[in-house]
Design a protein around this ligand. Structure first.
Ligand SMILES: Nc1ncnc2c1ncn2[C@@H]1O[C@H](COP(=O)(O)OP(=O)(O)OP(=O)(O)O)[C@@H](O)[C@H]1O
Length: 268
């Protein structure tokens, strides 16, 4: 149980190990009926960093995302955003409002609405579909939608119903929906599962663009993925999870040649 006597976002002192991080997990444990899905997991993401997370089935990747986004409360450990905001005391809506966005594996776009309207809905969120569609968009909002369409490479399809997009394009639209909300940390769960090779390559290019682009503000990305070629193409630091904790961390070459990683994951 969290210690209720501590305020949620008390600035931690200059000696805090979380200082200067956008996401800080330390000793995070989650048990389901005695089974530890996360076991003293520690992970630090720097502002603006792109990080890939791999691990065999059951390693705890989804549970880690669930803890960060407030879907699951850890039994123990620290989960801090921006070096000081205690995420274990906030609900999912409050965490989303802080600027932490999550994209699940399966795209959930509104198939009958145009791409433009999907992005507008993402901007307005709680207003509700009908109210949003009859609401006059400010020039600023239109600019934002235009910027996001450009970033995700879907400008030409802005007026098409989202249902006409390929699976990959739907994934990009959904990433665009996250970008509408000034998210500072994006969590992407298996963004290339089920995509063609060409779509996978384009998704890698998009993620690299998102990581470098500062036009909508600095953002950090955590990408969970099984596809090793895709992970390699992102050329980011890789964290390998196994049995709920970090087994190895480093470049893709370093982790792929780590005997422990080969044993539990890559050698299978
Ligand atoms: N709600 C739950 N109740 C019981 N056990 C759970 C629950 N959620 C996850 N687990 C167990 O915790 C472990 C970690 O699961 P998790 O889904 O986080 O792994 P993962 O790395 O995302 O795996 P995958 O690559 O298959 O998605 C698994 O053994 C899973 O069965």
């Amino acid at each position: 149980m969290p210690d209720e006597s501590l305020p949620i976002d008390e600035p931690r002192g200059s000696g805090s190990p979380a200082q200067g991080s956008i996401l800080y997990l330390d000793g995070v444990t989650v048990s389901f009926d005695g089974f530890k899905a996360l076991n003293a997991l520690s992970l630090v993401i720097a502002p603006g960093e792109l990080r890939t997370v791999i691990g065999p089935n059951g390693a705890g990747k989804t549970t880690m995302m669930d803890v960060i986004t407030g879907k699951t409360r850890p039994d123990a450990g620290d989960v801090l955003f921006d070096g000081h905001v205690d995420l274990t005391r906030l609900d999912e809506a409050a965490i989303a409002n802080l600027g932490i966005g999550r994209k699940f594996q399966k795209p959930t776009v509104f198939e009958k609405l145009s791409l433009f309207d999907n992005l507008e809905l993402a901007l307005k969120g709680p207003r509700g579909t009908l109210a949003t569609l009859f609401f006059t968009l400010s020039g600023e909002a239109k600019d934002r939608i235009g910027q996001v369409l450009t970033l995700v490479g879907l400008t030409d399809k802005a007026k098409l119903p989202a249902g006409q997009l390929s699976h990959g394009e739907k994934q990009w639209l959904e990433i665009g929906m996250l970008l509408m909300q000034d998210q500072r940390l994006l969590l992407l769960d298996e963004p290339v599962a089920g995509l063609t090779d060409a779509e996978t390559e384009a998704t890698a290019a998009l993620i690299l663009d998102l990581s470098r682009d500062r036009s909508l503000g600095e953002r950090s990305l955590v990408v969970v993925e099984h596809d090793m070629e895709f992970v390699r193409s992102l050329a980011a630091k890789v964290t390998v999870l196994h049995e709920g904790s970090v087994l190895a961390e480093g470049s893709i070459d370093a982790v792929q040649s780590n005997p422990r990683v080969v044993e539990v994951y890559l050698g299978r």
